[in-house]
Design a protein around this ligand. Structure first.
Ligand SMILES: *Cc1c(COP(=O)(O)O)cnc(C)c1O
Length: 361
């Protein structure tokens, strides 16, 4: 077996012990005589799996009791629609900070449902930073303020939590959930597609403050109504059973093996510092992101010459570092170093970068 260092932005690496556990339990989950994939979602054995996963996530993220956790499908992209349907009445208003492509997509989707406003954007500067927005710039009558906390494509991250007063703050945390502790009580809704930092694709996590439930518009499809999903413990229909099982293993891995989110953050800080310190100490590669907005999870860099970038990506792949090509909309390189990326992978990548620099400077 030869596993590569996979720097994919998503779907991405999963912790090796989790994959090994999946393999060990593949044919016979704890004496049930079947794979988790083959189980009825209504069976007692599966019921325990989903309940454990939810409970572990609540402990790991320290989610307050007045929040519901939903395990849904449709990806973060579907939440772009379900948030306005659940939170904004007909003819309502919402504010969006557009700090990258996904928050731009969320903003565009929001336009279908009400009067939405782009409060601030960093688009003119190619999304190389996250706009600072003070409380008085938000509309107090807005149904919510939407942000994308970590911008996967550009490698930027909010270095503050916007103060939105009484207006619920909704955050897309698809590419940073569980990378560090977060004060959930500062948010009305936190959501994430699982395929970056949690599980295989197919699971979408929504964490919502209870008082925001129950106001979905009448035309909201049943499956998108958070109150229905909450009342049915995310089992209104068949949930993504296998990704939920893997997510449960990942939550346990963070809790027991890593030692919780404080430890996870320490590890992630160490990993990204290796890259950023290296980038700051040379002038062959360019790191375009403003320092205070550098992402811990997605590190972007380029040489400034697209042909040289392509050469880098190709040679990196041959050396066992895959998926380093930047998003098609920005070019250059991007190393996505989510929770599951071991520090050795980053150390070796830095060695490779230095070798490539010497050969091409
Ligand atoms: C990947 C990603 C998305 C899109 O997620 P899907 O689950 O594919 O819809 C949205 N937002 C962010 C921040 C992402 O990283």
């Amino acid at each position: 077996m030869n596993r590569v260092y996979n720097f994919s932005a998503g779907p991405s690496m999963l912790p090796l012990p989790v994959l090994e556990k999946c393999a060990a339990q593949m044919l016979d989950y704890e004496g049930s005589g079947m794979s988790v994939m083959e189980m009825s979602h209504r069976s007692p054995v599966y019921d325990q799996i989903i309940k454990d996963a939810m409970a572990t996530l609540r402990r790991v993220m320290n989610i307050p009791d007045n929040y519901k956790v939903l395990f849904l499908q449709g990806g973060a992209s579907q939440v772009f629609a379900s948030v306005p349907l659940n939170l904004m009445p007909q003819g309502g208003k919402a504010d969006y900070i557009v700090s990258g492509q996904f928050s731009g997509k969320a903003y565009k989707e929001g336009q279908k449902f009400g009067t939405v406003r782009e409060v601030a954007t960093s688009k003119p500067d190619n999304f190389t930073y996250v706009p600072k927005v003070e409380k008085d710039r938000f509309d107090p009558e807005a149904s919510f303020v939407h942000i994308c906390y970590n911008n996967t494509i550009y490698g930027t991250k909010f270095d503050y939590i916007p103060d939105t007063g009484d207006v619920p703050l909704v955050a897309d945390m698809s590419s940073c959930i569980l990378s560090e502790p977060i004060d959930v009580s500062k948010f009305g809704v936190i959501y994430a597609g699982a395929q970056k930092n949690v599980a295989p694709a197919g699971l979408t996590i929504v964490i919502i403050r209870e008082d925001l439930l129950g106001n979905a518009r009448p035309e909201t499809p049943t499956m998108l109504d958070y109150a229905v999903q909450a009342a049915n413990d995310s089992m209104y229909n068949t949930p993504p059973t296998y990704p939920i099982y893997v997510a449960g293993l990942v939550f346990k891995w963070i809790e027991e093996t890593v030692g919780g989110l404080d430890k996870m953050k320490e590890y992630n800080e160490k990993k990204c510092a290796l890259l950023y310190d290296y980038l700051d100490g040379q002038d062959f590669y360019i790191a375009p992101v403003k320092k205070e907005n550098r992402s811990m999870m997605n590190v972007t860099f380029k040489t400034g010459d697209p042909d040289l970038d392509a050469k880098f990506v190709k040679e990196a792949k041959a050396a066992g570092f895959v998926n380093l090509k930047g998003h098609r909309s920005v070019g250059g390189m991007r190393a996505s170093i989510y929770n599951a990326m071991p520090i050795e992978g980053v150390e070796k990548l830095v060695d490779f970068m230095e070798k490539f620099r010497k050969e091409n400077v």
